[in-house]
Design a protein around this ligand. Sequence first.
Ligand code: MN
Length: 291
Amino acid sequence: MSNKIIEKILPPPPPHMVGDGFRVHNFFPSGYNISNSRMSPFFMMDYNSKVDFSPRETPRGVGVHPHRGFETVTIAYHGKIAHNDSTGNSGVIGEGDVQWMTAASGILHKEFHEEEFSKKGGPFQMIQLWVNLPAKDKMSKPKYQPLTNAQLGKYKLPNDGGVVEVIAGEFKGVKGAASTFTRIEMYNIKIKKGSSVSFDLPENFNTGILVVEGSVKVNGENAPADNFILFKNEGETISLEAQEDSVLFVISGEPINEPIAAYGPFLMNTHKELEEALDDFSQGKFGHLED
Ligand code: MN
């Protein structure tokens, strides 16, 4: 095994608002000049770095909108997000929880700050990833995996050095909570200052680490908070040394080597499939959800 080579350490690009509830840095595909297949199966990553929202009676967020052809994965670090969708699923993503929603053939959903959080206000920090689906699964039935923090796999770092929460895949024998369509590794590494950990991820998997909190040395290079470490497809081993108490979000996945046709909330293989998605949406085939 050799060290996984770092391609770039990217600072957060300028933020933009998604609705009025999410102030996000888009690391890929549009925030930097990264091709839309570079991180496949991960198509998009929006990062709401920690920001204070003032108290408000009416929750901020994004109203009813469609998705087709992929999955949305939402990870909450601070604050709470309320979700409702057209298949009848709803829930609250609390601090430390993960929601893995398979839009697949099509859903409508809305994403807002949870009501009590909104009334109180305070720090808000989350990630939303769009995970692509292979062609054969794009039109499968929508699915919803609300994963509470207690359900995530937990690997304890030696000498009380912290914990690795295994969202998907497997970390040193501890299995992740999410079921996935393609091979995906996804972890939150919560590591204490002065502690270190090494692990291997396949060379061909597209791999990155977002420093959610703290700062770390990664294979000898310093990465501060809110930076994204993009790895080349060279080498396997990642060695982390925490310079402060840190939280690191690790993603790694086997690329889906298929054409990508993307338009707004739809992620398909061909332009024709995008037109079908628009038609089906305008004909109400994604179901119904009240505003
Ligand atoms: Mn959405």
